[in-house]
Design a protein around this ligand. Sequence first.
Ligand SMILES: C[S@@+](CC[C@H](N)C(=O)[O-])C[C@H]1O[C@@H](n2cnc3c(N)ncnc32)[C@H](O)[C@@H]1O
Length: 426
Amino acid sequence: MQPLREVTIDRLGSAGDGVVETPEGPLFVAGALPGERILARPLGRRGEGQAAEVTEILQASPDRVAPPCPHFLTECGACALQHWAMPAYAAWKRARLVEALERAGQPDAVVAELVIAAPNTRRRADLALKRLQGGAMALGFHQRGSAAVADLSTCHVLDPRLVALFRPLRELLRRMTALKREGSAVLNLLDSGPDLLLRTDGPIDAAQRAMLAAFGTAHGIPRIAWALKDGIVENAAQAGPVWLELSGAAVAPAPGAFLQAAPEGEAAIIAAVMAGLALQKLPVRARIADLYAGIGTLSFPLAARGRVAAFEGDAAAVAALDAAARKAGGQVEAIRRDLAYRPLLPAELNKFGAVVLDPPYNGAVEQVAQITRSTVPVVVYVSCNPVALARDAATLVKAGFKVTSAVPVDQFRWSPHLESVVSFRR
Ligand SMILES: C[S@@+](CC[C@H](N)C(=O)[O-])C[C@H]1O[C@@H](n2cnc3c(N)ncnc32)[C@H](O)[C@@H]1O
């Protein structure tokens, strides 16, 4: 075991750890806050530095507060920052977007105040499941930096309607032979009620399907889907339709579909996208490209500004978006396309008055490169990763785009993640 070290934390790192520079490289201390003097126990290498844990706080930050959740840090690794007072936390999150835009060559960009989703409003959970010795079932998020599962009794981030399912779901899974060692349960809270996708490491038989059907009826879950590890998803039990209203369109998302994490976050993202476009002089019935459209969270509100071509790579998402778009009256067209392998080319992009893109975590290198070669005048970039945003925004800025608005949205409350909506004009 390495000896304890007395250190003073310099800053918070991008994973939410307290960081202090040492001659051997940075020390990343989970649970420590900027300015705190602590005794830290090094735990082993992490990247260019070392991970460490706090053994004693010698001088606490004035911004340290009592975390609301009993599982925070000691067991559950999903939240990193429940112990930080809101003003300091909000300033740090907003600064992540300011720094990303500085790195992109836009140090004077005006960044709005952070929009923060309230506790207990997350509507999507990807829960890990692990069979314990004696047959019990652990259900929760992973422990920090570990494959171990924190067996949760509560959660201060998730919607209470999802938290209420923890106990009965754990009991159901304890009795299911399909779950031998491990699996996962994706819970999406739709307008039709909770939607459950179970992944197990063993097959389900007729008796287990009947158990799932009875569970769905008892807990108001219209659909329970099941898949063997990463296999094909099938409906194991469906008692009624599923739906989610997206700006007036009724969408039936596939099991486990991507949803924006919290309704408040989704509303803030849509408002920022629409405000970003409103700053521009788009023709009245402009054509708008919605890239990485998912099930159409942005496509349907964008339809209020013009005709929308919605491009998405996932077949199930495109099918859900297409069906809802047809019912909604034809302002939105859903197109399946892999935008990393086959990005929209300049000749295609030039038909649009504006491009909205909401890529996955790693950003959109190939697609952004094509945008810079096009004549598209307006780009609105929705990002869940400030590092990828900084890189892609730098590409746009080098090609002559300028930031016209920037809104940070905290829909992953208490995590180090940040959602941002940044609008650009050529
Ligand atoms: C952050 S989500 C945004 C979805 C949607 N805009 C929303 O707000 O709900 C990113 C989307 O990109 C899609 N995606 C990921 N890689 C892709 C690719 N190479 N080509 C096209 N779509 C992709 C995912 O399936 C997912 O729907």
